[in-house]
Design a binder for this molecule. Structure first.
Ligand code: IMP
Length: 396
C-alpha cells in the first residue's frame, strides 16, 4: 500500500509543495492533487535555485517522467489551467484530469470578488461560489464540457445572465469597473469554450478507479491549503471551501482509508496566515519583520503579505488527531533560526528555546525545537528541510 498523503497542518503555506517535490524525485510514480483549485500556490526551487509555482497542477508535473492526476475534488478554472499546462510544458502522458471536476465559471469569480473578497479575504479565484454550485448540484463538470460543448455553452450563458441580471440591480458605483471587467471575461471565455474543450479532451482520466487499480505504484496525495482552512473546521467562516484533510483525500480519489500507508503532516517552525480570522500566536513587530522578510511571506497566488507568528502546537495536535498523522515534516527552520529568542506555543503557554545556530540535531536550539515538537505531539517520526532548494532535506 504505497500511498503517502501529504497535508498542511496549519493555515496553508507550510511548504507542502517542496516536500511533495522531494518525494516525487526520490520515490513517487503518481502524484494526485485532490482538493482546491487555483487558490493554491505551491512553490518549488530546483537544485540550481530556479523557482517554479504550480496553482491548479500537482507539483509532480515538474518531473516529466511521472504521472500526475487532478482528481474530482478539485475545482477548475480551465482558462488558467490551460495556461499553466502550456507554461510548464505538460503533456497528456504527464497529466490526467477527472471529468468529474466542477468548472469555475467566470460568474463564480465575479461573485467571489463582489461578495467574499472583502468579507473573508478570499483569493478571489471563484473557489467558494464554484463549490456552492457543486453542493447545490448546479455545477458544470469538465465531462459536460467535453461531451456536450454546445449544451454546456448554453448553460453557462444562461447561468451568467440570470446572475448578472439579478446582481445589476444592487451593484454599487464603486463595483462597476469590476462588474464590466468580468462581463468582458465572460465574453472572452464563451468565445473560446470550444477550443478549451478540445484542448482538455486529451487529458481526461478514463477510469475513476485508476488509483485503486494501481496500488503497486508509489502514490502521493498532495494536499493544498491546510487543516486550519478546512471547511469543517471551527474557524468557519474564515476557511476555504474544501477539505484539505484525509477525509477530503478519500472522497476525491475513490481510495479507502486502508489504502493510505503514511500520513505526512507538514508544519513550518513558525506560523503564517492570510485572510480573516483570529491569529492567537501573532508575534511582535520586530520578529514579524524578520520572518516575513527572510521567509518571503507573501502569497504565491495573490501576493498578499502573510501574517506571521509562533508555531501553535495545540492547533497542530488537533490536525494530527483528525488526520491520523504518522510523520511530521518541519520546514523553514533556516528562516526561524534568525529569531533571537525563538518561541513555541503549547497548551496556553509559550516555551522559549535556545537560539538555533545550525539545522542539525547536534545544535542545542534545534535539538530543543525537535524535542519539544516530539514531546508535545507524541510523533516520533520527524523529518525536516535544511534550506529552500530541492534536496536540502533530512528524511527521518
Ligand atoms: P478561498 O480559498 O479563495 O475561498 O479563500 C478562503 C480563505 O482561505 C482565505 O482566508 C484565503 O486567504 C485562504 N487560502 C486559500 N488558499 C490558500 C492557500 O493556498 N494558502 C493560504 N491561505 C489560503
Amino acid at each position: 500500500m504505497p500511498v503517502k498523503l501529504i497535508l498542511g497542518l496549519q493555515h496553508g503555506d507550510e511548504g507542502k509543495g517542496r516536500i511533495v517535490d522531494d518525494f516525487t524525485e526520490s520515490w513517487a510514480d503518481i502524484i494526485v492533487r485532490f482538493q482546491g483549485g487555483g487558490n493554491a500556490g505551491h512553490t518549488v526551487y530546483d537544485k540550481q535555485g530556479n523557482k517554479f509555482v504550480t496553482h491548479s497542477l500537482p507539483v509532480g508535473v515538474l518531473h516529466k517522467d511521472k504521472l500526475n492526476i487532478i482528481s474530482k475534488g478539485c475545482v477548475l478554472n480551465i482558462e488558467e489551467l490551460i495556461q499553466e499546462i502550456k507554461e510548464l510544458n505538460v503533456s497528456s502522458e504527464n497529466l490526467k484530469i477527472s471529468g468529474l471536476c466542477p468548472i469555475i465559471e467566470p460568474m463564480h469569480v465575479l461573485k467571489d470578488k463582489l461578495k467574499y473578497q472583502g468579507k473573508i479575504g478570499t483569493t478571489a479565484k471563484g473557489i467558494g461560489p464554484a463549490y456552492s454550485d457543486f453542493y447545490a448540484r448546479d455545477s458544470i463538470l469538465l465531462r459536460d464540457l467535453i461531451e456536450e460543448p454546445s449544451v454546456t455553452f448554453e448553460k453557462i450563458k444562461t447561468k451568467y445572465h440570470e446572475f448578472a441580471l439579478h446582481k445589476s440591480k444592487d451593484i454599487r458605483i464603486d463595483q462597476l469597473k469590476l462588474y464590466y471587467e468580468c462581463e468582458h471575461q465572460q465574453f472572452q471565455f464563451m468565445q473560446k469554450i470550444q477550443e478549451y474543450a478540445e484542448f482538455l479532451s486529451k487529458f481526461i482520466l478514463e477510469d475513476e478507479y485508476y488509483l485503486s487499480k494501481n496500488l503497486d505504484k508509489n502514490i502521493i496525495l498532495e494536499g493544498a491549503q491546510g487543516s486550519g482552512l478546512n471547511i469543517y473546521s471551527d474557524n468557519y467562516p474564515n476557511v476555504t471551501s474544501s477539505s484539505p484533510t484525509i477525509g477530503g483525500a478519500l472522497n476525491s480519489t475513490n481510495l479507502n482509508h486502508k489504502n493510505i500507508d503514511e500520513v505526512i503532516g507538514v508544519i513550518k517552525s513558525y506560523k503564517t496566515k492570510v485572510g480573516s480570522g483570529e491569529f492567537k500566536t501573532l508575534c511582535d513587530e520586530k520578529n514579524h519583520k524578520i520572518l516575513a522578510t527572510l521567509g518571503k511571506e507573501f502569497g504565491a497566488t495573490t501576493g498578499r503579505p502573510r501574517q506571521c507568528g509562533w508555531l501553535d502546537l495545540d492547533e497542530v495536535n488537533e490536525a494530527i488527531m483528525q488526520n491520523g498523522v504518522d510523520h511530521l515534516f518541519i520546514t523553514k527552520t533556516d528562516v526561524f533560526m534568525n529569531i533571537e529568542s525563538p518561541k513555541v506555543y503549547f497548551n496556553g503557554e509559550y516555551h522559549i528555546i535556545s537560539n538555533i545556530k545550525d539545522i542539525n540535531e547536534q545544535d542545542e536550539g534545534f535539538n530543543q525545537l525537535l524535542s519539544l515538537i516530539t514531546n508535545k505531539t507524541k510523533i516520533n517520526k520527524i523529518s525536516y528541510t535544511t534550506g529552500p532548494l530541492r534536496g536540502q532535506i533530512k528524511f527521518s
